[in-house]
Design a protein. Structure first.
Length: 500
Protein backbone atom coordinates (compact mmCIF):
# COMPACT_ATOMS: atom_id res chain seq x y z
CA UNK A 1 0.00 0.00 0.00
CA UNK A 2 1.34 3.43 -0.99
CA UNK A 3 2.23 5.69 1.91
CA UNK A 4 0.59 9.15 1.99
CA UNK A 5 2.35 12.19 3.42
CA UNK A 6 -0.04 14.92 4.54
CA UNK A 7 0.41 18.43 5.91
CA UNK A 8 1.15 19.38 9.52
CA UNK A 9 -0.97 22.31 10.67
CA UNK A 10 -1.69 23.44 14.20
CA UNK A 11 0.27 20.65 15.89
CA UNK A 12 -1.36 17.73 14.07
CA UNK A 13 -1.66 15.97 10.73
CA UNK A 14 -3.96 17.72 8.27
CA UNK A 15 -5.16 15.54 5.42
CA UNK A 16 -4.78 17.05 1.98
CA UNK A 17 -8.03 18.50 0.67
CA UNK A 18 -7.00 19.28 -2.90
CA UNK A 19 -7.15 15.72 -4.21
CA UNK A 20 -3.83 16.39 -5.93
CA UNK A 21 -0.82 14.32 -4.97
CA UNK A 22 2.78 14.16 -6.13
CA UNK A 23 4.72 10.91 -6.52
CA UNK A 24 7.72 10.15 -4.29
CA UNK A 25 10.01 7.45 -5.64
CA UNK A 26 12.64 5.18 -4.16
CA UNK A 27 15.62 6.33 -6.25
CA UNK A 28 17.29 2.91 -5.98
CA UNK A 29 14.35 1.06 -7.57
CA UNK A 30 12.45 3.75 -9.44
CA UNK A 31 9.23 2.59 -7.77
CA UNK A 32 6.68 5.07 -6.43
CA UNK A 33 6.51 4.36 -2.70
CA UNK A 34 4.73 7.45 -1.41
CA UNK A 35 2.23 10.10 -2.42
CA UNK A 36 2.49 13.61 -1.01
CA UNK A 37 -0.52 15.91 -0.75
CA UNK A 38 -0.29 19.21 -2.63
CA UNK A 39 -1.75 22.18 -0.78
CA UNK A 40 -4.36 24.55 -2.12
CA UNK A 41 -4.24 28.28 -1.50
CA UNK A 42 -6.82 27.75 1.22
CA UNK A 43 -4.67 25.16 2.98
CA UNK A 44 -1.65 27.48 2.91
CA UNK A 45 -3.87 30.23 4.31
CA UNK A 46 -5.00 27.90 7.10
CA UNK A 47 -1.38 27.16 8.07
CA UNK A 48 -0.48 30.85 8.07
CA UNK A 49 -3.58 31.71 10.12
CA UNK A 50 -2.71 29.08 12.74
CA UNK A 51 0.87 30.37 12.84
CA UNK A 52 -0.33 33.97 13.24
CA UNK A 53 -2.60 32.98 16.11
CA UNK A 54 0.24 31.07 17.80
CA UNK A 55 2.58 34.05 17.43
CA UNK A 56 0.39 36.14 19.72
CA UNK A 57 1.53 33.91 22.59
CA UNK A 58 4.82 32.47 21.36
CA UNK A 59 6.21 35.90 20.47
CA UNK A 60 5.71 36.95 24.11
CA UNK A 61 7.08 33.74 25.62
CA UNK A 62 10.24 33.79 27.68
CA UNK A 63 13.61 32.86 26.28
CA UNK A 64 13.81 30.20 28.97
CA UNK A 65 10.62 28.56 27.69
CA UNK A 66 11.76 28.60 24.07
CA UNK A 67 15.23 27.23 24.73
CA UNK A 68 14.01 24.53 27.14
CA UNK A 69 11.77 23.19 24.37
CA UNK A 70 14.64 23.30 21.90
CA UNK A 71 16.87 21.42 24.34
CA UNK A 72 14.24 18.67 24.52
CA UNK A 73 13.93 18.69 20.73
CA UNK A 74 17.69 18.33 20.40
CA UNK A 75 17.67 15.27 22.67
CA UNK A 76 14.85 13.70 20.65
CA UNK A 77 16.59 14.48 17.37
CA UNK A 78 19.75 12.83 18.62
CA UNK A 79 17.78 9.80 19.79
CA UNK A 80 16.01 9.43 16.42
CA UNK A 81 18.86 10.38 14.08
CA UNK A 82 19.07 6.88 12.55
CA UNK A 83 15.35 6.88 11.84
CA UNK A 84 15.49 10.28 10.15
CA UNK A 85 18.52 9.20 8.13
CA UNK A 86 16.59 6.15 6.93
CA UNK A 87 13.74 8.38 5.74
CA UNK A 88 16.24 10.54 3.85
CA UNK A 89 17.88 7.55 2.19
CA UNK A 90 14.54 6.02 1.20
CA UNK A 91 13.37 9.15 -0.62
CA UNK A 92 16.55 10.97 -1.61
CA UNK A 93 18.82 7.99 -2.26
CA UNK A 94 21.97 9.16 -0.49
CA UNK A 95 23.87 6.55 1.50
CA UNK A 96 23.06 6.13 5.18
CA UNK A 97 26.34 7.59 6.44
CA UNK A 98 25.79 10.70 4.33
CA UNK A 99 22.23 11.03 5.64
CA UNK A 100 23.53 10.73 9.20
CA UNK A 101 26.01 13.49 8.46
CA UNK A 102 23.16 15.68 7.26
CA UNK A 103 21.28 15.21 10.52
CA UNK A 104 24.47 15.98 12.47
CA UNK A 105 24.94 19.29 10.64
CA UNK A 106 21.32 20.17 11.36
CA UNK A 107 21.93 19.43 15.03
CA UNK A 108 24.67 22.08 15.00
CA UNK A 109 22.08 24.75 14.28
CA UNK A 110 19.74 23.40 16.95
CA UNK A 111 22.69 23.73 19.36
CA UNK A 112 23.09 27.34 18.28
CA UNK A 113 19.37 28.00 18.80
CA UNK A 114 19.52 26.51 22.30
CA UNK A 115 21.97 29.29 23.17
CA UNK A 116 20.12 32.05 21.33
CA UNK A 117 20.05 34.13 24.54
CA UNK A 118 23.50 35.48 23.76
CA UNK A 119 22.60 36.54 20.20
CA UNK A 120 19.42 38.28 21.39
CA UNK A 121 21.12 40.43 24.01
CA UNK A 122 20.49 44.11 23.41
CA UNK A 123 22.66 47.15 24.11
CA UNK A 124 22.24 49.94 26.64
CA UNK A 125 23.84 53.36 26.85
CA UNK A 126 23.13 55.29 30.03
CA UNK A 127 23.30 59.04 30.54
CA UNK A 128 23.51 59.95 26.86
CA UNK A 129 21.93 63.17 28.11
CA UNK A 130 20.71 64.24 31.51
CA UNK A 131 18.90 61.15 32.85
CA UNK A 132 18.41 59.89 29.27
CA UNK A 133 19.14 56.24 28.44
CA UNK A 134 19.14 54.58 25.01
CA UNK A 135 18.54 50.85 24.56
CA UNK A 136 18.69 48.71 21.41
CA UNK A 137 16.57 45.56 21.42
CA UNK A 138 15.66 42.85 18.91
CA UNK A 139 12.13 41.53 18.47
CA UNK A 140 10.61 38.71 16.39
CA UNK A 141 8.95 39.40 13.04
CA UNK A 142 5.84 37.20 13.27
CA UNK A 143 5.05 34.41 10.80
CA UNK A 144 8.05 33.43 8.67
CA UNK A 145 8.32 30.80 5.92
CA UNK A 146 10.97 28.42 4.67
CA UNK A 147 11.09 26.87 1.18
CA UNK A 148 13.68 24.12 1.04
CA UNK A 149 15.31 21.85 -1.60
CA UNK A 150 15.39 18.09 -2.11
CA UNK A 151 19.11 17.56 -1.56
CA UNK A 152 19.07 18.10 2.23
CA UNK A 153 15.49 17.46 3.39
CA UNK A 154 16.39 17.60 7.10
CA UNK A 155 19.48 19.80 7.31
CA UNK A 156 18.34 22.83 5.31
CA UNK A 157 15.02 23.19 7.18
CA UNK A 158 17.09 23.00 10.38
CA UNK A 159 19.23 25.85 9.06
CA UNK A 160 16.07 27.94 9.35
CA UNK A 161 13.35 26.98 11.81
CA UNK A 162 15.35 26.42 15.06
CA UNK A 163 16.71 29.98 14.96
CA UNK A 164 13.41 31.44 13.75
CA UNK A 165 11.35 29.92 16.57
CA UNK A 166 14.06 30.56 19.17
CA UNK A 167 13.81 34.24 18.26
CA UNK A 168 10.05 34.10 18.93
CA UNK A 169 8.67 33.69 15.40
CA UNK A 170 6.27 31.04 14.16
CA UNK A 171 7.18 29.04 11.08
CA UNK A 172 5.58 27.58 7.95
CA UNK A 173 7.79 25.13 6.05
CA UNK A 174 7.26 24.19 2.40
CA UNK A 175 9.74 21.34 1.87
CA UNK A 176 10.61 19.69 -1.42
CA UNK A 177 7.82 17.49 -2.69
CA UNK A 178 10.42 14.94 -3.84
CA UNK A 179 11.39 13.80 -0.30
CA UNK A 180 8.85 15.16 2.21
CA UNK A 181 8.82 12.57 5.01
CA UNK A 182 11.76 13.91 7.04
CA UNK A 183 10.04 17.27 7.51
CA UNK A 184 6.95 15.63 9.01
CA UNK A 185 9.06 13.57 11.38
CA UNK A 186 10.81 16.75 12.55
CA UNK A 187 7.38 18.31 13.18
CA UNK A 188 6.35 15.30 15.27
CA UNK A 189 9.51 15.53 17.35
CA UNK A 190 8.98 19.25 17.94
CA UNK A 191 5.46 18.50 19.18
CA UNK A 192 6.81 15.75 21.42
CA UNK A 193 9.33 18.25 22.82
CA UNK A 194 6.44 20.48 23.89
CA UNK A 195 6.36 23.09 21.14
CA UNK A 196 2.93 24.78 21.27
CA UNK A 197 0.50 24.00 18.47
CA UNK A 198 0.86 26.28 15.46
CA UNK A 199 4.42 27.41 16.10
CA UNK A 200 5.76 25.02 13.44
CA UNK A 201 3.70 23.99 10.42
CA UNK A 202 4.41 22.06 7.21
CA UNK A 203 2.55 22.44 3.91
CA UNK A 204 3.54 20.38 0.89
CA UNK A 205 2.99 21.29 -2.71
CA UNK A 206 4.20 22.94 -5.85
CA UNK A 207 4.22 26.48 -7.26
CA UNK A 208 0.69 27.10 -5.96
CA UNK A 209 1.85 26.74 -2.35
CA UNK A 210 5.09 28.65 -2.96
CA UNK A 211 3.40 31.60 -4.63
CA UNK A 212 0.80 31.89 -1.88
CA UNK A 213 3.54 32.08 0.77
CA UNK A 214 5.34 34.73 -1.27
CA UNK A 215 2.26 36.93 -1.53
CA UNK A 216 0.50 36.26 1.78
CA UNK A 217 0.28 39.52 3.76
CA UNK A 218 0.81 37.78 7.11
CA UNK A 219 4.13 36.15 6.09
CA UNK A 220 6.82 38.61 7.12
CA UNK A 221 9.96 36.87 5.84
CA UNK A 222 10.92 34.06 3.46
CA UNK A 223 14.02 31.87 3.52
CA UNK A 224 14.88 29.82 0.44
CA UNK A 225 17.60 27.46 -0.73
CA UNK A 226 17.58 26.12 -4.30
CA UNK A 227 18.59 26.92 -7.87
CA UNK A 228 19.56 30.40 -9.01
CA UNK A 229 16.58 31.00 -11.34
CA UNK A 230 14.12 30.11 -8.56
CA UNK A 231 16.10 32.06 -5.96
CA UNK A 232 15.91 35.14 -8.17
CA UNK A 233 12.15 34.62 -8.59
CA UNK A 234 11.64 34.12 -4.85
CA UNK A 235 13.59 37.27 -4.06
CA UNK A 236 11.87 39.41 -6.67
CA UNK A 237 8.35 38.22 -5.86
CA UNK A 238 8.60 38.22 -2.07
CA UNK A 239 10.37 41.59 -2.01
CA UNK A 240 7.66 43.08 -4.21
CA UNK A 241 5.19 41.93 -1.57
CA UNK A 242 7.10 43.73 1.18
CA UNK A 243 8.82 40.74 2.74
CA UNK A 244 12.31 40.25 4.06
CA UNK A 245 14.06 37.63 1.90
CA UNK A 246 17.14 35.46 2.02
CA UNK A 247 17.32 33.35 -1.14
CA UNK A 248 20.35 31.12 -1.60
CA UNK A 249 20.87 30.06 -5.20
CA UNK A 250 23.05 27.73 -7.21
CA UNK A 251 26.78 27.31 -7.49
CA UNK A 252 29.73 26.30 -9.62
CA UNK A 253 32.38 25.79 -6.97
CA UNK A 254 36.01 25.84 -8.08
CA UNK A 255 39.08 24.28 -6.51
CA UNK A 256 42.34 25.93 -7.51
CA UNK A 257 45.32 23.55 -7.28
CA UNK A 258 48.74 25.20 -7.32
CA UNK A 259 51.90 23.40 -8.49
CA UNK A 260 53.25 23.12 -4.92
CA UNK A 261 50.12 21.39 -3.57
CA UNK A 262 50.15 17.88 -2.14
CA UNK A 263 48.55 16.24 -5.18
CA UNK A 264 47.46 13.13 -3.31
CA UNK A 265 45.61 15.27 -0.76
CA UNK A 266 44.18 17.42 -3.55
CA UNK A 267 42.96 14.36 -5.47
CA UNK A 268 41.38 12.87 -2.34
CA UNK A 269 39.64 16.18 -1.68
CA UNK A 270 38.45 16.60 -5.27
CA UNK A 271 36.90 13.12 -5.39
CA UNK A 272 35.23 13.51 -1.99
CA UNK A 273 33.90 16.97 -2.76
CA UNK A 274 32.76 16.24 -6.32
CA UNK A 275 31.12 12.85 -5.89
CA UNK A 276 29.89 12.83 -2.28
CA UNK A 277 26.08 12.74 -2.09
CA UNK A 278 26.25 11.97 -5.85
CA UNK A 279 27.18 15.62 -6.42
CA UNK A 280 23.71 16.76 -5.32
CA UNK A 281 24.86 19.55 -3.05
CA UNK A 282 25.38 23.25 -3.61
CA UNK A 283 28.82 23.11 -2.00
CA UNK A 284 30.12 20.30 -4.25
CA UNK A 285 33.36 20.98 -6.08
CA UNK A 286 32.38 20.74 -9.73
CA UNK A 287 35.39 22.47 -11.32
CA UNK A 288 39.05 21.81 -10.55
CA UNK A 289 41.44 24.43 -11.92
CA UNK A 290 44.91 22.94 -12.35
CA UNK A 291 47.77 25.45 -12.50
CA UNK A 292 50.89 24.82 -14.57
CA UNK A 293 52.26 21.40 -15.41
CA UNK A 294 50.45 19.38 -12.71
CA UNK A 295 47.26 18.83 -14.73
CA UNK A 296 48.03 15.40 -16.19
CA UNK A 297 49.25 13.95 -12.90
CA UNK A 298 46.33 15.40 -10.96
CA UNK A 299 43.77 14.03 -13.43
CA UNK A 300 45.36 10.59 -13.26
CA UNK A 301 45.18 10.61 -9.47
CA UNK A 302 41.53 11.73 -9.52
CA UNK A 303 40.63 9.03 -12.06
CA UNK A 304 42.33 6.28 -10.03
CA UNK A 305 40.35 7.21 -6.94
CA UNK A 306 37.05 7.82 -8.73
CA UNK A 307 37.09 4.41 -10.38
CA UNK A 308 37.12 2.74 -6.95
CA UNK A 309 33.95 4.38 -5.63
CA UNK A 310 31.28 1.79 -4.82
CA UNK A 311 27.88 2.80 -6.18
CA UNK A 312 24.73 1.10 -4.96
CA UNK A 313 21.52 1.45 -2.93
CA UNK A 314 21.80 3.95 -0.12
CA UNK A 315 20.79 1.40 2.51
CA UNK A 316 23.52 -1.08 1.47
CA UNK A 317 26.47 -0.85 3.91
CA UNK A 318 29.04 -1.19 1.13
CA UNK A 319 27.67 1.71 -0.93
CA UNK A 320 29.66 4.94 -1.00
CA UNK A 321 27.41 6.74 -3.50
CA UNK A 322 23.73 6.24 -4.22
CA UNK A 323 21.44 7.06 -7.16
CA UNK A 324 20.13 10.45 -8.20
CA UNK A 325 16.76 11.51 -6.87
CA UNK A 326 14.64 11.23 -10.05
CA UNK A 327 14.96 9.74 -13.52
CA UNK A 328 14.45 13.17 -15.09
CA UNK A 329 17.33 14.60 -13.07
CA UNK A 330 19.50 11.59 -13.91
CA UNK A 331 18.86 12.11 -17.63
CA UNK A 332 19.63 15.83 -17.39
CA UNK A 333 22.96 15.15 -15.65
CA UNK A 334 23.84 12.53 -18.28
CA UNK A 335 23.19 15.01 -21.09
CA UNK A 336 26.09 17.21 -19.97
CA UNK A 337 28.50 14.28 -20.26
CA UNK A 338 27.06 13.12 -23.59
CA UNK A 339 27.63 16.53 -25.15
CA UNK A 340 31.01 17.30 -23.58
CA UNK A 341 33.30 15.92 -26.27
CA UNK A 342 31.56 17.87 -29.02
CA UNK A 343 32.18 21.04 -27.01
CA UNK A 344 35.91 20.40 -26.75
CA UNK A 345 36.29 18.48 -23.49
CA UNK A 346 38.19 15.22 -23.07
CA UNK A 347 35.94 12.56 -21.48
CA UNK A 348 38.21 10.67 -19.07
CA UNK A 349 35.39 8.78 -17.31
CA UNK A 350 31.85 8.39 -18.63
CA UNK A 351 29.40 7.13 -16.03
CA UNK A 352 26.21 7.60 -18.04
CA UNK A 353 25.75 3.90 -18.79
CA UNK A 354 26.07 2.70 -15.21
CA UNK A 355 23.47 0.34 -13.71
CA UNK A 356 23.26 -1.81 -10.59
CA UNK A 357 22.36 -5.49 -10.91
CA UNK A 358 18.94 -6.18 -9.46
CA UNK A 359 18.09 -2.46 -9.44
CA UNK A 360 17.99 -1.77 -13.15
CA UNK A 361 15.08 0.69 -12.88
CA UNK A 362 16.87 2.89 -10.34
CA UNK A 363 18.08 6.38 -11.15
CA UNK A 364 21.69 5.32 -11.60
CA UNK A 365 24.59 7.23 -12.99
CA UNK A 366 28.26 6.52 -12.51
CA UNK A 367 31.27 8.76 -12.02
CA UNK A 368 32.11 11.15 -14.85
CA UNK A 369 35.39 13.07 -15.18
CA UNK A 370 35.92 15.66 -17.92
CA UNK A 371 39.36 17.13 -18.62
CA UNK A 372 40.55 20.19 -20.52
CA UNK A 373 37.04 21.62 -20.37
CA UNK A 374 36.65 24.95 -22.16
CA UNK A 375 34.79 27.68 -20.32
CA UNK A 376 32.28 27.77 -23.20
CA UNK A 377 31.09 24.20 -22.54
CA UNK A 378 27.66 23.72 -20.98
CA UNK A 379 29.19 21.27 -18.51
CA UNK A 380 31.24 24.16 -17.13
CA UNK A 381 28.72 26.97 -17.40
CA UNK A 382 25.77 25.21 -15.74
CA UNK A 383 25.23 23.85 -12.24
CA UNK A 384 24.98 20.13 -13.05
CA UNK A 385 24.09 18.89 -9.55
CA UNK A 386 25.40 15.40 -10.21
CA UNK A 387 28.61 13.32 -10.11
CA UNK A 388 30.40 15.15 -12.92
CA UNK A 389 33.76 16.83 -12.31
CA UNK A 390 35.26 19.28 -14.81
CA UNK A 391 39.01 19.93 -14.90
CA UNK A 392 40.24 23.17 -16.45
CA UNK A 393 43.86 24.07 -17.21
CA UNK A 394 45.55 27.44 -16.62
CA UNK A 395 49.19 28.52 -16.68
CA UNK A 396 49.35 30.81 -13.65
CA UNK A 397 47.74 31.62 -10.31
CA UNK A 398 46.51 34.97 -11.65
CA UNK A 399 44.88 33.28 -14.64
CA UNK A 400 43.15 30.83 -12.30
CA UNK A 401 41.79 33.58 -10.05
CA UNK A 402 40.55 35.53 -13.07
CA UNK A 403 38.79 32.42 -14.40
CA UNK A 404 37.05 31.75 -11.09
CA UNK A 405 36.07 35.39 -10.59
CA UNK A 406 34.53 35.54 -14.06
CA UNK A 407 31.94 32.93 -13.05
CA UNK A 408 28.47 34.34 -12.35
CA UNK A 409 28.35 32.14 -9.25
CA UNK A 410 30.16 32.93 -6.01
CA UNK A 411 29.07 30.34 -3.48
CA UNK A 412 32.19 28.49 -2.30
CA UNK A 413 35.71 27.96 -3.54
CA UNK A 414 38.97 26.40 -2.36
CA UNK A 415 42.69 26.59 -2.91
CA UNK A 416 45.16 23.75 -2.43
CA UNK A 417 48.71 24.91 -1.79
CA UNK A 418 51.52 24.79 0.73
CA UNK A 419 52.30 28.49 0.19
CA UNK A 420 50.79 30.61 2.96
CA UNK A 421 51.27 33.82 1.00
CA UNK A 422 49.37 32.46 -1.99
CA UNK A 423 46.58 31.22 0.27
CA UNK A 424 46.32 34.62 1.93
CA UNK A 425 46.13 36.39 -1.42
CA UNK A 426 43.48 33.94 -2.60
CA UNK A 427 41.15 34.44 0.33
CA UNK A 428 41.29 38.20 -0.18
CA UNK A 429 41.11 38.29 -3.99
CA UNK A 430 38.55 35.59 -4.72
CA UNK A 431 34.92 36.65 -5.23
CA UNK A 432 33.01 34.06 -3.24
CA UNK A 433 31.21 33.99 0.07
CA UNK A 434 32.93 30.89 1.49
CA UNK A 435 36.60 30.04 1.00
CA UNK A 436 38.53 26.90 1.88
CA UNK A 437 42.30 26.70 2.27
CA UNK A 438 43.21 23.04 1.77
CA UNK A 439 39.55 22.40 2.71
CA UNK A 440 37.44 21.43 -0.31
CA UNK A 441 33.95 22.11 1.10
CA UNK A 442 34.20 25.15 3.38
CA UNK A 443 30.71 24.93 4.94
CA UNK A 444 30.88 27.15 8.05
CA UNK A 445 30.14 25.76 11.49
CA UNK A 446 26.82 26.79 13.00
CA UNK A 447 28.02 29.94 14.75
CA UNK A 448 29.36 31.40 11.49
CA UNK A 449 26.96 32.18 8.66
CA UNK A 450 26.53 30.30 5.36
CA UNK A 451 26.05 32.10 2.06
CA UNK A 452 27.60 33.08 -1.24
CA UNK A 453 28.04 36.11 -3.45
CA UNK A 454 26.80 37.14 -6.89
CA UNK A 455 24.18 34.77 -8.38
CA UNK A 456 24.50 32.42 -5.41
CA UNK A 457 22.65 34.73 -3.00
CA UNK A 458 19.76 37.15 -3.33
CA UNK A 459 19.11 39.30 -0.28
CA UNK A 460 21.35 40.88 2.32
CA UNK A 461 21.49 38.11 4.92
CA UNK A 462 23.37 34.83 4.92
CA UNK A 463 21.77 31.86 6.65
CA UNK A 464 22.22 30.74 10.29
CA UNK A 465 24.93 32.16 12.60
CA UNK A 466 24.61 35.83 13.56
CA UNK A 467 23.05 36.65 10.19
CA UNK A 468 20.28 34.17 10.92
CA UNK A 469 19.44 35.87 14.20
CA UNK A 470 19.40 39.28 12.53
CA UNK A 471 17.25 38.01 9.67
CA UNK A 472 14.56 36.62 11.97
CA UNK A 473 14.42 39.70 14.21
CA UNK A 474 14.13 43.44 13.75
CA UNK A 475 15.87 46.10 15.75
CA UNK A 476 14.23 48.73 17.88
CA UNK A 477 15.85 51.63 19.71
CA UNK A 478 14.23 53.01 22.87
CA UNK A 479 15.20 56.41 24.24
CA UNK A 480 13.86 57.11 27.73
CA UNK A 481 14.01 59.77 30.40
CA UNK A 482 12.59 59.30 33.87
CA UNK A 483 12.17 62.36 36.07
CA UNK A 484 14.03 62.50 39.32
CA UNK A 485 11.57 62.79 42.22
CA UNK A 486 13.54 65.78 43.51
CA UNK A 487 13.04 67.77 40.31
CA UNK A 488 10.44 70.52 40.00
CA UNK A 489 8.35 70.53 36.80
CA UNK A 490 10.43 72.01 33.98
CA UNK A 491 7.55 73.59 32.11
CA UNK A 492 6.99 73.67 28.34
CA UNK A 493 10.06 74.04 26.09
CA UNK A 494 9.49 74.02 22.31
CA UNK A 495 13.19 73.91 21.47
CA UNK A 496 15.35 70.88 20.78
CA UNK A 497 15.95 68.53 23.75
CA UNK A 498 19.16 69.44 25.53
CA UNK A 499 22.01 66.95 25.24
CA UNK A 500 23.91 68.24 28.23
Amino acid sequence: MTKIVNHWIGGKTAEGASGTYGPVTDPATGAVTTKVAFATVEEVDAAVAVAKEAFATWGQSSLAQRTSILFRFRALLDEHRDEIAELITAEHGKVHSDALGEVARGLEIVDLACGINVQLKGELSTQVASRVDVASIRQPLGVVAGITPFNFPAMVPMWMFPIAIACGNTFVLKPSEKDPSASIRLAELLAEAGLPDGVFNVVHGDKVAVDRLLEHPDVKAVSFVGSTPIARYIHTTASANGKRVQALGGAKNHMLVLPDADLDAAADAAVSAAYGSAGERCMAISAVVAVGSIGDELVDKIRERAEKIKIGPGDAPASEMGPLITKAHRDKVASYVAGAAAEGAEVVLDGTGYTVDGYEDGHWIGISLLDKVPTTAKAYQHEIFGPVLCVLRVDTYDEGVALINSSPFGNGTAIFTQDGGAARRFQLEIEAGMVGVNVPIPVPVGYHSFGGWKDSLFGDHHIYGNDGTHFYTRGKVVTSRWPDPADAPAGVDLGFPRNH
